[in-house]
Write a protein that binds this ligand. Structure first.
Ligand code: NAP
Length: 552
C-alpha cells in the first residue's frame, strides 16, 4: 500500500472548490458535512430548500411528527449536544425537529458552509482530474473531489396522474411539499387523498378546524397507536444518565431502536396470554409493535392473522359506524406487509359529524374539476385538496439530478432496471460519488443506518486522501454481489410487492426490492471486510492529470 503523502503532495485543493460537496441538508447530509469537516476536508453543502431539515423541512403539514423516539432519532456523536437539547415529547412534532436540526447546524458552526435555495441539476465526473463538476439551477458550477448525495429516500413527492389535477382552482398541497407559512383550514371543505403515514397524521389534526373533511382511501392501512407522551423531568434525567447504554443499544441493534426484541413465538402463549400480550403491544410506543412483538409475527400467517384480528376488533370498538369501521380494516394485506403507520386519534376522527370516508376501490375518482373532485357518485366541491400520495422511494431524487459518471454514463440509465449498489453507498462507474441513506439501505430508524453509512464514507475518503489516491470506485464484482443479495432478500422480506419498498407505487418504475434485508448486521459485516482488506472491493486510483494514472 502506498505510503500516506505529505499534505503538499495532495492535489485536492488545487483543482476543486471543495473536497467534499454534500447535497441535502437533512439529518444525514448535515452529519456528513460535520464528519467531513471533522476529518479536515474542506466541505460545502447545497440544499434545494430555504432551510435545514430535509424531510423535516418539506413535510411541515399539521400533525407531522416522528414515529421513532426523538432521542433515538437524534444525533449521538456528541454527549454535550445530547445533554443540552431537551426533547419535549417521546415522538417530537415537526417544528421541534426542525428547530433541533437548526440548533445542531449553529452549534457546530456549519451554517456558513451551507448554500440554501440551490438545487443541483447536473453532476458530471471528469475522468482526467477525478473530480465532479456540479451544476445548479441558478447556473452556478462547483467542482468537488467527492460528491455525497444525501438526498433522502422519501424526498420526491408523487402526484398521481388523476385527470384534471392541474385544473383545480382551490388550494392544493402535497404533504411532502408543504408551504412554510401555515395553511388556514378554518371553515373550509377539505379533501385528503391517501391514507399512508402522512395522510393518517394530518387527518385527526385538522378535523376540528375544517367545515368538512373527506378522506379518500384507496387501501386501508394497519394503523396502531403511537402512544406519544411528554418526556417528564425524571425521564429527562434518566435519558442523560443512560446515554452510553442507550448508544450501545442503538448502535448495535438491527433496526436502530431501543425496544427490546421479542423473545416468544405467538403460539408459545395460550389464547388468553396472547390477548393480554397484544393488549400490551397496542399500548406500547411506536415501532415496538414490530420490534417487540412475537418473533414469528411477520413470518407465520396464523400469528399475523391473530394480531390483525385484534386490531380489527379495536377499530370496530372505536369507530361507531360499522360500515365505516369495515372500510378502515385492511382486507388486502397482512400487518407489516407495508410500512405500518402509527396514529394518534385517527380512527376516532371518523366519529365526528363533519368527517367522511370514501373507499376509492368502490367509488373511484374520475377526475379533479376546477371546484372539486368527481367520483362515480357525483361531483363534490372542495376549497382545499391535500395530496398525501407518497413519494418516489429510494431512487427518486438520485435519478433526477442529472448525474453522469465515467464516459458520460447516466445514473438513471445505469439504474433503469433498478438500482445497483455496494453497501447502498456507491455504484460502479461513478467514482467518488456516494449516496448515504439511498436505495439498498435497511428499514428501521433511518438516522442510525444512514449515520453508519456516513461514517463508512468518511473513513473511505479519508483513506483515499491519506494514501495519496484521488478516486475510489466500487468494483463491479462487489456491486453485483451486494445487488444480488438485495434481490434475493426480496423473497424473504416481510414487505409485499404492494409496498413502495418495491417501487410499485410509481407507474412504470421497475419492480425491484429497494432495501437491504440483511439490515445493519449485514452492513457492519461487509464494512468490516472492506476495512480489513484495505478497501479491496474498491478501485483506488490517482487521476491521470497528475501524470500517474496509476491504480490499485
Ligand atoms: P405512502 O405511505 O406511500 O401513502 C400514499 C397513500 O396515497 C396511500 O394511501 C396510497 O394508496 C395513496 N395513493 C397513491 N396513489 C393514489 C391514487 N392514484 N389515488 C388514490 N390514492 C393514492 O406515503 P406517505 O403517507 O407520505 O408515507 C410515506 C413514508 O414516509 C412512510 O411510509 C414513512 O416511511 C414516511 N413517513 C413517516 C412519518 C412518521 O411518522 N415519521 C410520517 C409520514 C411519512 P395505496 O395504499 O392504495 O397505494
Amino acid at each position: 500500500m502506498t505510503k500516506a503523502p505529505q499534505p503538499d503532495e495532495r492535489p485536492h485543493q488545487r483543482t476543486t472548490d471543495t473536497d467534499v460537496l454534500v447535497v441535502g441538508a437533512g439529518i444525514t447530509g448535515v452529519y456528513q458535512l460535520y464528519r467531513a469537516r471533522e476529518m479536515g476536508f474542506s466541505a460545502q453543502l447545497v440544499e434545494a430548500g430555504g432551510g435545514v431539515g430535509g424531510t423535516w423541512y418539506w413535510n411541515r403539514y399539521p400533525g407531522a411528527r416522528f414515529d421513532s423516539e426523538s432521542y433515538t432519532y437524534a444525533y449521538l456523536f456528541s454527549k454535550d449536544l445530547f445533554d443540552e437539547w431537551e426533547w419535549q415529547e417521546h415522538f417530537a412534532e415537526q417544528p421541534e425537529t426542525e428547530r433541533y436540526l437548526n440548533h445542531v447546524v449553529d452549534r457546530f458552526d456549519l451554517r456558513r458552509h451551507i448554500r440554501f435555495d440551490t438545487r443541483v441539476t447536473s453532476a458530471t465526473f471528469d475522468d482526467s482530474s477525478g473530480t465532479w463538476a456540479v451544476g445548479t439551477e441558478d447556473g452556478s458550477q462547483l467542482r468537488a473531489r467527492f460528491l455525497v448525495a444525501a438526498t433522502g429516500v422519501l424526498s420526491v413527492p408523487y402526484f398521481p396522474d388523476v385527470p384534471g389535477r392541474e385544473d383545480f382552482r382551490g388550494e392544493s398541497y402535497h404533504t411532502g411539499l408543504w408551504p412554510g407559512t401555515p395553511v388556514d383550514f378554518a371553515d373550509k371543505r377539505v379533501a385528503v387523498i391517501g391514507t399512508g403515514s402522512s395522510g393518517v397524521q394530518i387527518v385527526p389534526v385538522i378535523a376540528d378546524e375544517v367545515a368538512s373533511l373527506t378522506v379518500y382511501q384507496r387501501s386501508a392501512n394497519w394503523c396502531t397507536p403511537l402512544n406519544n407522551a411528554p418526556i417528564t423531568p425524571k425521564e429527562q434525567q434518566e435519558l442523560r444518565a443512560g446515554f452510553e447504554d442507550m448508544c450501545e443499544v442503538l448502535n448495535t441493534s438491527i433496526a436502530g431502536f431501543l425496544h427490546p426484541v421479542g423473545d416468544r413465538a405467538a403460539f408459545d402463549d395460550s389464547e388468553t396470554e396472547r390477548r393480554a400480550f397484544f393488549e400490551r403491544m397496542w399500548n406500547s410506543p411506536g415501532f415496538s409493535k414490530l420490534s417487540s412483538n412475537y418473533t414469528d409475527l411477520l413470518f407465520n400467517e396464523a400469528a399475523n392473522a391473530e394480531w390483525c384480528e385484534f386490531i380489527a376488533q379495536k377499530i370496530r370498538g372505536i369507530v361507531k359506524d360499522p360500515g365505516v369501521a369495515e372500510m378502515l380494516i385492511p382486507k388486502d394485506h397482512r400487518f407489516g406487509e407495508k410500512r405500518p403507520p402509527f396514529v394518534t386519534g385517527y380512527y376516532e376522527t371518523f366519529n365526528k359529524p363533519n368527517v367522511s370516508l370514501v373507499d376509492l376501490k368502490q367509488t373511484p375518482i374520475i377526475r379533479v374539476t376546477e371546484t372539486g373532485i368527481e367520483t362515480d357518485d357525483g361531483e363534490w366541491p372542495f376549497d382545499v385538496v391535500v395530496w398525501a400520495t407518497g413519494f418516489d422511494f429510494g431512487t427518486g431524487a438520485l435519478t433526477r439530478m442529472g448525474i453522469r459518471g465515467r464516459h458520460g454514463l447516466a445514473l438513471e440509465e445505469y439504474w433503469s432496471d433498478g438500482p445497483r449498489t455496494f453497501l447502498g453507498v456507491q455504484t460502479t462507474g461513478f467514482p467518488n460519488f456516494f449516496f448515504p441513506g439511498g436505495p439498498h439501505a435497511a428499514a428501521g430508524n433511518n438516522p442510525r443506518y444512514n449515520g453508519d453509512q456516513v461514517d463508512f464514507i468518511t473513513d473511505a475518503i479519508t483513506y483515499v486522501r491519506d494514501h495519496g489516491y484521488d478516486t475510489i470506485e466500487v468494483d463491479a464484482a462487489a456491486e453485483d454481489k451486494w445487488t444480488a443479495m438485495v434481490d434475493r432478500g426480496a423473497a424473504d422480506a416481510p414487505f409485499g410487492e404492494s409496498s413502495y419498498f418495491f417501487g410499485t407505487n410509481i407507474p412504470g418504475k421497475p419492480r425491484k426490492y429497494l432495501l437491504n434485508s440483511g439490515g445493519r448486521p449485514k452492513l457492519f459485516k461487509e464494512i468490516d471486510k472492506v476495512i480489513e482488506s484495505d478497501y479491496k472491493s474498491f478501485r483506488l486510483a490517482r487521476s491521470s492529470d497528475r501524470g500517474h494514472g496509476r491504480q490499485r
